[in-house]
Write a new protein. Structure first.
Length: 236
């Protein structure tokens, strides 16, 4: 169960890295409101997501779960604040398809690459103010299927830095046979502004993630370490 949870958590980590990395090489704190409705496998409700970002590490607090990624060591920690346990995984050694053989994995890699390359983010003339920022609506399609909408703003300083950190992350994950096909840099290049809100459409529901606040401030290195008293839990 823990290993399955790890495999699903990595894409979530990548999503928030993509969302909160506009100001490379400066410490950054942001809060987001996540609203889930009718998504299979996920409870309905509203959660506050807190993110902490530096040029060397990333952390996301999501309910009782804390996710920490160390870019230098490529180690990811998942903490459960309720029972005081954590798991430790090497991202470059992550087995996303443990029960598949070489040909199946290669086919999956090619499919993933094709899907990511099909992503289109097209601007519209619709605008509105979200969290104090004037945003323009962009429709997102994947394999010609409507998968949601981006509300992008040019009022948030750091779009150039967003592309810088995307290139850095692309180089980091180039070593992974699956993650390299996520093409983070390519996705960021399609954005004309900072994503203040995203509406992600699932089969029968939606997840809406909205920026609540974002600011630069010095972050303690202890935020990116496992606190004393936590017990390691093996990934099965």
């Amino acid at each position: 169960m823990a290993k399955r949870k790890w495999r699903w958590s990595l894409p979530l980590a990548m999503f928030f890295l993509f969302m909160v990395s506009p100001m490379a090489y400066g410490d950054l704190y942001s809060e987001w409101v996540q609203i889930t409705k009718g998504v299979p496998g996920l409870p309905n409700g509203t959660r506050i997501v807190k993110t902490y970002y530096t040029s060397n590490a990333f952390r996301a607090d999501i309910g009782e779960e804390i996710m920490i990624m160390d870019f230098d060591s490529m180690i990811m920690y998942q903490l459960n604040t309720k029972d005081g346990t954590y798991t430790k995984s090497n991202i470059n050694e992550t087995d996303l398809m443990p029960e598949r053989d070489g040909e199946e994995i290669q086919a999956f890699q090619q499919m993933l690459k094709k899907v990511i390359e099909s992503l289109q983010i097209d601007p519209t003339n619709e605008t509105k103010t979200i969290s104090g920022y004037v945003c323009r609506k962009h429709n997102a399609t994947l394999m010609l299927v409507d998968v949601g909408e981006y509300w992008l703003s040019k009022d948030i300083d750091g779009c150039k830095e967003l592309r810088m950190i995307a290139n850095k992350m692309a180089n980091v994950f180039e070593k992974d046979p699956v993650l390299k096909h996520l093409n983070i840099a390519g996705v960021v290049d399609k954005l004309d502004g900072f994503p203040v809100q995203m509406v992600i459409k699932a089969t029968r529901g939606t997840t809406t993630i909205t920026l609540k606040s974002i600011k630069k401030k010095p972050l303690s290195k202890n935020l990116f370490k496992v606190p004393e008293g936590y017990t390691i839990k093996q990934i099965n």
